[in-house]
Design a protein around this ligand. Structure first.
Ligand code: URP
Ligand code: ZN
Ligand code: ZN
Length: 456
C-alpha cells in the first residue's frame, strides 16, 4: 500500500491543537512531525482543516429486532451513514435469543457484519438470558476480545430484563473475568405499571411517552445498580443517560472510588419532552425519553466538566412507516432514532461553535475515552505514532443544512431536518485507505471494515 502524507493540518487532541504533518504507511500512523518530507508518498494538503482521529460511536444497533420489526439500518447501510459522519469504528451489540449461548450470539452477529460493513467494528455482549451456562462463558467471550456485557433493568415484556440477583451474578462473574458491565438503567416495573395506566385511560399519544418512563425510573435504577455493585466494584457503564440527578449520582460514586462511567446521546442534549407534542412527535419515541430543557443544559455542562465520559448515539432508526406501527400508540411504536451520521455534527456545531464544549472535550468524548474504556486504545481513538491511520478531516466553517436527502441511513426522514450545521466532514481515512476524499466516496474501499477485538 502506498504511503499518504497529510500536510499542514490542525490536529485535534484531548490536550491541544497541533499544527503538524502526518505520514501514513502500512495502515498505521508512521510519523507525526511539524514538517515531514516523503517524496514517494501521495501528498494531501489539509491546510485549513481540522484533523481528528476517526470517531468511535460506542452505541449502535444495526438491524436489531424491536417490537416485531427490525431497526432499518443493517451493517451495510448503517456503516455508510457512519462513514459520512466520520465514525470509523462503531461498537454494536450482540442479540442473544432465549436459550442461546453468548458465544453463538457473537458468531451470529459477526456473520451479519463481516464483508458488509464499511467501517471497523467492535461488539458489546448483550446478556438477556443469564443462566449457569451463559455465566460460565464470560471468560471465553473476553478471550474473543469482547470485554463489555450489557444488561437491561427494563423490557421484561421482550424477555430482556434481569432481576437484581441476576445482575449481582453478572457483576460478580464479569468482575472476576476482568470485564465491564453496561446498563440500560430504567425501572421496568414502574414503566410497565404507568404504561398500563395511561393506555387504560386512553392516553395513548406520543406526548404521554415521557410520563410513562419518568425521570425517577432512571434515577432509581442508576442508584440501585451502583448500590448493588458497591461491594463488588465491577467497572460499570451507564448508557444513554438523560437526567441531571442520575449523572450526579454517578459522579458521587466515582468520588468514592467506584469505577462508574457515564454516557449520554446527542438527542438528550438537543430535544426535550415537549417535542413529543409536535407534529410527528411519535417518530422521536426512544427509550429513555427526552426530558426537561434544564436537563439539556445540565448534560452539556456535564460533558464539558468530564462528569460524562462518552457520547454514543444509540443509533436505532426506523422508517416513517415503521414508526406508524401500532397507529401511533406510544407503547407500540418501535423505540429508537438515527444518530451515527450526525454525532460529530451536533457536538461540533451545537457544542463547540456555540461555546458549550471545547474541541478537546469533543475529541475525548467520541474518540479517546470510548477507545480507552472499551479496550481499543491506542489502536483506535488517537492520533499517535503506531495507531491505526483512522482520520477525519473537517472544514471548520462550511455551513449546510441537514435534510433527509443528504443523509445515508436507510430511512426516509431525519429528526434534525432543517438544522443549520457549521462545519463539514470532507475526507475520511480508515486504516490508511480513503473512504471519503474531498466529499466523494471511494467505492473500491467499501465493505472492508474489520472486527477489532480488545486485546486480552
Ligand atoms: O429507544 C431505544 N433506545 N432503542 C434502542 C434500544 C435501547 O434500549 O437502547
Ligand atoms: Zn437502551
Ligand atoms: Zn441502545
Amino acid at each position: 500500500m502506498s504511503k499518504i502524507l497529510i500536510k499542514n493540518g490542525n490536529l485535534v487532541t484531548p490536550q491541544e491543537n497541533i499544527k503538524a504533518d502526518i505520514l501514513i504507511g502500512d495502515a498505521k500512523i508512521e510519523k507525526i512531525e511539524s514538517k515531514i518530507d516523503a517524496p514517494n508518498a501521495e501528498i494531501y494538503d489539509a491546510s485549513g482543516k481540522l484533523i481528528f482521529p476517526g470517531f468511535i460511536d460506542a452505541h449502535t444497533h444495526m438491524g436489531i429486532p424491536i417490537r416485531h420489526t427490525f431497526s432499518a439500518d443493517n451493517f451495510e447501510s448503517g456503516s455508510m451513514a457512519a462513514l459520512h459522519g466520520g465514525v470509523t469504528t462503531i461498537i454494536d451489540f450482540t442479540v442473544q435469543d432465549k436459550g442461546e449461548s453468548l458465544l453463538k450470539s457473537i458468531e451470529r452477529r459477526r456473520k451479519l457484519a463481516d464483508e458488509k460493513i464499511s467501517v471497523d467494528y467492535a461488539l458489546h455482549c448483550n446478556v438477556t438470558d443469564l443462566n449457569e451456562h451463559t455465566v460460565n462463558e464470560i471468560p471465553e467471550v473476553i478471550k474473543q476480545g469482547i470485554i463489555s456485557f450489557k444488561a437491561f433493568t427494563a423490557y421484561k415484556e421482550a424477555g430482556m430484563q434481569l432481576d437484581d440477583e441476576q445482575i449481582l451474578d453478572l457483576l460478580w462473574h464479569v468482575n472476576i473475568a476482568g470485564g465491564m458491565v453496561m446498563f440500560h438503567a430504567e425501572n421496568g416495573g414502574l414503566i410497565s405499571f404507568l404504561t398500563k395506566k395511561f393506555i387504560q385511560h386512553g392516553k395513548t399519544d406520543a406526548q404521554f411517552h415521557p410520563n410513562s418512563r419518568p425521570p425517577e425510573a432512571e434515577i432509581e435504577a442508576v442508584w440501585r445498580l451502583i448500590t448493588l455493585n458497591q461491594s463488588i466494584n465491577c467497572p460499570i457503564y451507564f448508557v444513554h443517560l438523560t437526567t441531571a440527578e442520575a449523572v450526579q449520582i454517578i459522579a458521587a460514586a466515582r468520588e468514592r472510588n467506584q469505577y462508574v462511567y457515564a454516557e449520554t446521546c446527542p438527542q438528550y442534549l438537543f430535544f426535550n419532552k415537549n417535542d413529543y407534542k409536535k407534529n410527528n412527535g411519535h417518530r422521536l419515541i426512544a427509550a429513555p425519553p427526552f426530558r426537561n430543557p434544564d436537563d439539556n443544559i445540565f448534560l452539556w455542562q456535564a460533558l464539558q466538566q468530564g462528569m460524562i465520559n462518552v457520547v454514543g448515539t444509540d443509533h436505532c432508526p426506523f422508517t416513517i412507516q415503521q414508526k406508524e406501527m401500532g397507529q401511533r400508540r406510544f407503547d407500540l411504536t418501535p423505540n429508537g432514532i438515527p444518530g451515527v451520521e450526525t454525532l460529530f455534527y451536533l457536538l461540533y456545531s451545537e457544542g463547540v461553535k456555540k461555546e458549550r464544549l471545547s474541541l478537546q472535550r469533543l475529541v475525548s468524548l467520541i474518540a479517546e475515552e470510548p477507545a480507552r474504556l472499551f479496550g481499543l486504545y491506542p489502536q483506535k481513538g488517537t492520533l499517535i505514532k503506531g495507531a491505526d491511520a483512522d482520520l477525519v478531516m473537517v472544514d471548520p466553517d462550511t455551513k449546510w443544512k441537514i435534510s433527509v436527502d443528504k443523509m445515508h441511513s436507510d430511512i426516509d426522514w431525519t429528526p434534525y431536518d432543517g438544522l443549520e450545521i457549521n462545519g463539514k466532514i470532507k475526507s475520511v481515512v480508515l486504516r490508511g485507505k480513503w473512504l471519503l476524499k474531498d466529499g466523494k466516496v471511494v467505492t473500491e474501499n467499501l465493505k472492508q471494515g474489520q472486527f477489532v477485538p480488545a486485546p486480552v
